[in-house]
Design a protein around this ligand. Structure first.
Ligand SMILES: [Zn+2]
Ligand SMILES: [Zn+2]
Length: 311
């Protein structure tokens, strides 16, 4: 058993993008792995950890904190202070956020669907099979849904969707990928798709995706609400549809980006270097300008006078 006299404690304030990126669950697991006890909480300055253990274990904890943080977290600085007296606690726990503190923490950007969520999305036995709002601590909306900091569910637009029992279990389980995932949702408790006409009136539909595909096939412009706002979509293989979008938006020559399902589909249309592939598959999923291949079925007017198109 650890001799209490050998224990030291530190308070670590972590600044940067550390809210909404699975940082608290990461620290929770790290503290347990190093057999350290203490607390962690979001506050206006970032994340504050009070932790105690032997000097050796604390050193290793701080090292791992800096070097194994979740990929979308970004630590700009750590303030480390000795705590006297030692925090009174018998386990490592996540404290509720302090609502009284003025926030100035950066919010993470929206993050593209991760591979784990993609696998669930395509798994007919998964309870989120084909659920369009699937997400976890490693992916999904952040900036789009946050209304104020600290970044906790009651401060996001997801607050109107109370979690069902299964989602609550995931949210409260430190070993679950959705532990404290603020936008956590499922077909039972989360947002649902709806289909509207051009006046915004609801059209009853039991398969909005199918309706969208049908509309795109018929060269209609579809406004799709997603992360960051609406985007206007047309069939990229139809000269007529691209022309219609250009007329409606009064954009005669602005290059349009093409959406594809995966790298294999992008490779049919463009020449892609390893570096470009890496960018396309990164959590940020940026639009990447790629060199067009000749002889594709793409509409001629997607990026007039340009040998590149965006994916
Ligand atoms: Zn995910
Ligand atoms: Zn649910």
């Amino acid at each position: 058993m650890t001799n209490q006299n050998n224990l030291q404690a530190v308070q670590i304030t972590v600044h940067g993008i550390v809210q909404g990126v699975g940082f608290r669950p990461f620290v929770y697991r790290l503290a347990h792995a190093h057999q350290l006890i203490g607390t962690i909480a979001n506050n206006g300055d970032g994340v504050v950890i009070e932790i105690k253990g032997t000097a050796d274990l604390l050193d290793r904890f701080i090292h791992d904190l800096q070097h194994t943080a979740p990929p979308i977290a970004s630590i700009t600085s750590l303030d480390i202070r000795k705590c006297v007296p030692l925090p009174v606690c018998t386990a490592f726990t996540i404290l509720p956020s302090d609502p009284g503190v003025k926030p100035n923490t950066q919010i993470a950007p929206d993050i593209a669907l991760c591979q784990d969520c993609l696998a669930e999305l395509n798994d007919p036995d998964d309870r989120r099979y084909q659920y369009p709002f699937i997400n976890c601590t490693n992916c999904g909306p952040r900036f789009t849904i946050v209304e104020k900091t600290p970044y906790d569910r009651p401060n996001t637009s997801m607050k109107i969707f109370p979690l069902c029992d299964l989602c609550t279990q995931e949210y409260e389980d430190p070993l679950n990928r959705r532990f404290h995932a603020q936008p956590n949702a499922c077909p039972v408790c989360g947002p649902k798709l709806s289909w509207h006409d051009r006046q915004g009136s609801l059209i009853e539909s039991d398969d909005c995706i199918k309706e969208t595909v049908q509309a795109l096939t018929e060269n209609t412009v579809v406004a799709i609400k997603g992360l960051g706002g609406f985007h206007l979509a047309v069939n990229a293989e139809s000269d007529q549809a691209v022309q219609l979008l250009r007329e409606r938006k009064h954009r005669r020559a602005k290059p349009l980006a093409i959406m594809v399902q995966d790298i294999a589909a992008a490779e049919q249309l463009s020449i892609i270097s390893e570096q470009e592939k890496e960018l396309l598959c990164s959590p940020q999923h940026p639009i990447v300008l790629l060199e067009k291949k000749a002889d594709t079925r793409l509409a001629s007017d997607l990026a007039p006078g340009n040998r590149h198109t965006g994916r």
